[in-house]
Design a protein around this ligand. Structure first.
Ligand SMILES: Cc1cc2nc3c(=O)[nH]c(=O)nc-3n(C[C@H](O)[C@H](O)[C@H](O)COP(=O)(O)OP(=O)(O)OC[C@H]3O[C@@H](n4cnc5c(N)ncnc54)[C@H](O)[C@@H]3O)c2cc1C
Length: 471
């Protein structure tokens, strides 16, 4: 009997562990829910809600394949080795199959489980599934990991020219299997009710068709203009697939196959939109490989170790103003409010808000990383950490410390009519396209129900450069 342990990969199509398991015999599926671990990892409530809604769908899909799903509530991961051993012995499991998760705690968890089960002759097979290429397989001429995105990307292009990773074939239904009653007793609906978030199901439906419609719409309609529109937060110009990729409703191979489907799966770049999207998917890949090769980045350590000496300001009130979207810098406040209201923030605005925190406010990037994790539906250790360390100039191939975005100029450039600000900062909705980016610039006595800028952008820029220069 094969046990397929689902984690951040809640789908039945193109699933490495499920496919390999099904080749070896009859399968039972397993999900372990770990609420205490979610707290430790600061997972956003909206992300947990999304995950649990999806789990209900996965259960039905597995049932159509006659694969029963066992749900275990295991609050902390250290309890897992013993619990899984008991379960495997009870079910007479030969092999546990799972897709690799790249975080340090996740790798440690799997190592502990593997050791415990293999002592009892139960095999554990782990598969590369979340990344396009096996982790640890993209190497330079000295067999070392790349530390520069452009070189990493070039290597990935070479690999794609040779072979675009294809999707696993669909699984056929197996003969019906009965589970012992006590293993079938988990009340998922009751559990879900504790995590429900209002409106999230409308905003982020968890069905397969929602993900595939977004993908088809992006490839068919939006991709042509992606290069220009991806930076405009008022325009719906990106795929919005990050929540679906994050919990594995969609696989990275499905995205890549869709990208090259016009060419029957052969690598051919037709236009700049297609190339730009590929490059963004490869940023995702880059950060996954970085986390794998340099696990310290997930232990609250900067990639560039010298930057650990930056004298960050201890400014709790400033941090709260940023978190609440009350900085007095409209584009920053719009982004922070969009994230709290929807669980998602536009990429350009993620960069602006993050850089504002760690450069203009000179507040430790780790506090921002953690706040994002607590609110993003797509919160992903590798991408979030990568994004924050890029903005803070502490990461691999990060922005140089002296290249600091001016949030007002960014706002004027990327939200020229102020429509994005108007949507999320309604106090400013009546202002015209010129003044909305900097409402008090021409008239500091203007009466608005909106704070004055909490920091002088020029002086704080100089302060940040000094803090880094002195290292
Ligand atoms: C400070 C900061 C924090 C971030 N935190 C996260 C996070 O927790 N989870 C997350 O998925 N992304 C994160 N990103 C990356 C990026 O902002 C989101 O992936 C993107 O906004 C998702 O929107 P989309 O699906 O429409 O992207 P699209 O533009 O359609 O891109 C397609 C996919 O490529 C990947 N991708 C795109 N840009 C990036 C990038 N810069 N880095 C890594 N992957 C990328 C995502 O999986 C995305 O869904 C962060 C970026 C920054 C600057």
């Amino acid at each position: 009997m094969q046990l397929i342990w689902f984690r951040q990969d809640l789908r039945i199509h193109d699933h490495a562990a499920l496919w390999h398991g099904a080749q070896q015999g009859a399968c039972i599926a397993l999900i372990t829910l770990s609420p205490e671990q979610w707290k430790l990892h600061q997972d956003a409530r909206i992300k947990i809600d999304f995950y649990l809604r999806r789990l209900g769908i996965l259960k039905q899909q597995l049932a159509q394949l006659n694969i029963p799903l066992i749900i275990l509530n295991v609050p902390l991961w250290q309890e897992l080795p013993a619990k899984l051993l008991t379960l495997c012995q009870q079910l007479n499991i030969d092999t546990v199959h799972a897709n690799i998760e790249v975080g340090v705690n996740e790798l440690h968890r799997d190592f502990q489980v593997q050791q415990r089960l293999e002592q009892q002759q139960i095999k554990v097979e782990l598969y590369h599934d979340r990344s396009l290429f096996p982790l640890g397989s993209i190497r330079n001429q000295s067999s070392q990991p790349y530390q520069v995105y452009s070189a990493f990307k070039k290597k990935c292009y070479e690999r794609l020219i040779l072979d675009i990773p294809s999707c696993y074939p669909a699984i056929q239904p197996q003969d019906p299997l009965e589970l012992p009653a006590q293993l079938n007793s988990f009340d998922l609906q009751k559990f879900v009710a504790d995590y429900e978030v209002d409106d999230a199901a409308q905003l982020w439906p968890a069905e397969d068709h929602a993900a595939f419609e977004l993908l088809d719409d992006f490839i068919g309609e939006k991709m042509t203009h992606y290069k220009t529109e991806r930076d405009l937060p008022a325009v719906d110009g990106t795929s919005r697939l990050s929540p679906y990729l994050n919990i594995g409703i969609l696989s990275i191979r499905q995205c890549i196959q869709a990208l090259f489907k016009q060419h029957q799966g052969y690598f051919q770049i037709d236009d700049i939109g297609q190339q730009t999207w590929l490059d963004e998917l490869l940023w995702r890949e880059f950060y996954l490989h970085t986390l794998f090769d340099f696990p310290r980045v997930s232990r609250h350590r900067p990639f560039k170790e010298s930057t650990d000496k930056v004298q960050w300001r201890n400014a709790p009130e400033d941090l709260i103003a940023w978190q609440q979207g009350q900085t007095g810098i409209p584009i920053v406040d719009a982004g922070m409010r969009q994230m709290r209201a929807t669980g998602w923030m536009h990429n350009r605005v993620r960069m602006i808000t993050a850089m504002f925190l760690c450069k203009n406010l000179l507040i430790d990037w780790r506090l921002g990383e953690s706040w994002f994790m607590q609110h993003l539906i797509d919160g992903d250790l590798a991408a979030n950490n990568g994004g924050w360390q890029w903005c803070a100039s502490t990461g691999m191939d990060a922005v140089p410390y002296f290249r600091i975005f001016n949030p007002v100029s960014q706002s004027q450039k990327f939200d020229p009519n102020g429509d994005y600000i108007r949507q999320w900062v309604p106090e400013l909705a009546h202002l015209d396209a010129k003044s909305i980016h900097e409402p008090y610039a021409k008239n500091s006595a203007l009466e608005l129900d909106y704070p004055k800028p909490m920091v002088d952008l020029k002086a704080s820029r100089v302060r940040a450069i000094e803090a880094f220069k002195s290292l």
